[in-house]
Design a protein around this ligand. Structure first.
Ligand SMILES: NC(=O)C1=CN([C@@H]2O[C@H](COP(=O)(O)OP(=O)(O)OC[C@H]3O[C@@H](n4cnc5c(N)ncnc54)[C@H](OP(=O)(O)O)[C@@H]3O)[C@@H](O)[C@H]2O)C=CC1
Ligand SMILES: CC(=O)C(=O)O
Ligand SMILES: [Mg+2]
Length: 582
């Protein structure tokens, strides 16, 4: 049955599709053809009026969590209006659908879940370990837009909820993260919302609060052991890629040890990447490339201290090593020597006496001559870093004295408190500005407000070093090039494109990342670089993309990418096309 048959057989179904429904802006003609008269007030409004009303309603909510619920409901009832509003009001709405509010939403997800979407409208795909025998059927059940049955999903973001932002194990309440990431794919890179699947696997939770919460909607059991976890993930991925063979899979917010093991296992076997390891690595490499120009110290002379040694920190460190090797001619050993890791026990050294997690061993220091450094002040004194990156989820760890030490050591200290959401950040932008007397070169994981110098009135803008500047473009580029795997080269090309995406004006303002309203342009440039690199490394399989890259015309490639981006106007056209068949 075609989409058109479907609609002709049940005309009112059109208005029930969140994708095709245009609410109060549905034309009189369409209302007549679909037998919708009387089902809403007769007035036909413009999209502009709809957006204006939605914005007034949004702003009338007193908490960000209420705003999150309001926006989720809007997305699940009127895709067109939702993404038009998000596109217009990116700076106001992104912190509501993504970090920081998505963190609060996840903490409360089971309580708000029934109010996010109308009955029958799924807000993500939940796969419990008890579903193992029926995975295929359950994956096929997920049809948020059944009226548009010809559209095949292309991107899945999958979590097990075990490390949601810096908030720890939230079990299935982590669903807000895949949902939020995929909204950024749509808003930030023009992926058709019908082609996205947010997935949360339920393998239990070790969070006692969740286990004791009567409203918690996940399995009330501790997380399963690895001998059950890995086969279940395997079954999910196999089934998913059997049902949707071209699906790109983004691993998100798995606890670090599992994250590394899953990436190692699947990166050459599936079309996939890990956002926390690779996406974060790429976005911070991009910010670092721009920051060292501002700092004015040659790349090779930097000393980079990571506060936190999990998936994000080690993912970044590995990409920095590639950068020093590829772009600055350092040996791998010399590049590795530029990195120091700190974890909850202090400086990561080979002779510390504990068994280091596998992902830390490569960067463990052996030049500490038997001395161990347990607190950050001692580590800073020992290392004398030019760069301090926070990936520890320890709020306030970059104290006044830490920031003052960084400013004493450096004319322009590079300090990135990257933990999310804002409540977990190692310091705020204001603290960094005040305690370094304005010298800091700054980026944070969640956006902080601008800072106004009380003496001069000078306003400074913080950078947002968040993987949202990478994964949407990387995913789009991957879908357009169609390689079998996402190679390290593709990730590296995404980082470089992100660094180069700054306009001369942004550069002259000392910004490290492009301003948020340009995220679609940035994603297009990242995607174009990924497509070009995939052709260069010989993995691209999309003949159209290969032919365009071979013309060696950057503008044509960007046009190709942009023309493949979904817009709310494309949704308009889908409605008009259907209406023409009625
Ligand atoms: N800006 C962005 O785009 C991104 C930000 N992030 C953020 O980065 C943070 C870390 O993520 P991830 O690496 O996956 O998480 P992990 O939980 O794996 O890593 C946290 C690390 O912090 C260390 N740590 C904990 N307490 C302390 C302490 N008191 N002093 C020093 N180190 C400490 C832990 O040590 P130990 O190993 O000993 O337990 C661990 O190495 C999160 O807040 C996440 O939201 C993540 C991805 C992207
Ligand atoms: C941004 C992100 O992916 C994280 O904090 O986990
Ligand atoms: Mg993440």
């Amino acid at each position: 049955m075609t989409v058109t048959d479907n609609v002709q057989n049940q005309p009112q179904q059109l208005s029930r599709s969140p994708y095709l429904n245009q609410g109060t802006s549905t034309s009189s003609e369409l209302r007549a053809s679909l037998h919708l008269q009387g089902l809403s007030p007769a007035k036909v409004e413009s999209l502009e009026t709809q957006k204006k009303r939605a914005l007034v309603q949004l702003r009338s909510k007193s908490t960000n969590l209420e705003k999150y619920v309001f926006l989720a409901w809007l997305r699940n009832t009127n895709v067109h209006l939702f993404y038009s509003l998000i596109g217009d009001q990116l700076e106001e709405t992104l912190p509501l659908i993504y970090t920081p509010t998505v963190g609060t939403a996840c903490q409360n997800y089971s309580s708000i879940y029934p109010f996010l979407a109308p009955p029958g409208q799924p807000d993500g795909l939940f796969l419990s370990i008890n579903d193992l025998p029926n995975l295929k059927q359950i994956i096929q059940n997920y049809k948020p837009y059944p009226q548009d049955s010809g559209i095949t999903p292309q991107i899945a973001v999958i979590t097990d909820g075990s490390r949601i932002l810096g908030l720890g194990d939230l079990g299935i309440d982590g669903m807000g993260i895949p949902v939020g990431k995929l909204q950024l794919y749509v808003a930030g890179a023009g992926i058709d919302p019908r082609r996205t699947i947010p997935i949360t696997i339920d393998v239990g939770t070790n969070n006692e609060d969740k286990l004791n919460d009567e409203f918690y909607l996940g399995l009330k059991q501790k997380r399963v052991s690895d001998d059950k976890f890995f086969p279940f993930v395997d079954a999910v991925l196999e089934t998913l890629t059997t049902v949707y063979p071209k699906m790109l899979i983004q691993f998100e917010d798995f606890s670090s040890e599992h994250a590394f093991q899953l990436l190692e296992k699947y990166q050459d076997r599936k079309f996939c990447f890990n956002d926390d390891i690779q996406g974060t690595g790429a976005v911070i490499l991009a910010g670092f490339m721009n920051a060292i120009h501002v700092a004015g110290i040659p790349a090779k002379q930097h000393k980079i201290l990571f506060y936190g040694s999990g998936s994000a920190a080690v993912g970044i460190a590995k990409q920095l090593v590639s950068y020093f090797v590829n772009d600055h001619g350092l040996s791998e050993d010399d590049a590795r020597e530029m990195v120091w890791l700190v974890d909850s026990k202090g400086l990561v050294t080979l002779d510390r006496g504990d068994k280091l997690a596998e992902h830390k061993v490569y960067f463990a220091r052996k030049d500490n001559h038997g001395t161990q450094f347990h607190d950050i002040a001692a580590v800073i004194e020992h290392v004398q870093p030019t760069v301090l990156l926070g990936l520890s989820s320890q709020s306030g760890a970059f104290s006044e004295s830490v920031l003052r030490s960084m400013a004493k050591l450096n004319d322009r200290p590079i300090v990135f408190p990257l933990s999310n959401p804002a409540s977990q950040a190692e310091c705020t932008f204001e603290q960094a500005m005040v305690h370094t007397e304005g010298k800091v070169i700054f980026a944070s994981g969640t956006a902080f407000p601008k800072y106004t110098d009380p003496k001069t009135g000078l306003i400074s803008s913080p950078g947002q070093g968040n993987n949202m500047y990478i994964f949407p473009g990387l995913g789009l580029g991957g879908i357009l090039a169609q390689p079998d795997h996402i190679s390290d080269r593709l990730i590296y090309s995404a980082a470089r494109a992100c660094a180069n995406a700054l306009t001369p004006e942004e550069r002259s303002q000392g910004l490290l990342y492009p301003v948020l309203p340009r995220i679609r342009q940035v994603s297009a440039e990242v995607a174009a670089a990924v497509v070009a690199e995939s052709v260069a490394e010989g993995t691209a399989r999309n003949k159209e993309a290969i032919a365009i890259v071979e013309k060696n015309n950057g503008e044509a490639l960007l046009d190709f990418v942009s023309s493949n981006m979904w817009t709310t106007e494309s949704a308009d056209k889908d409605v008009t096309r259907l209406a023409a068949h009625l």
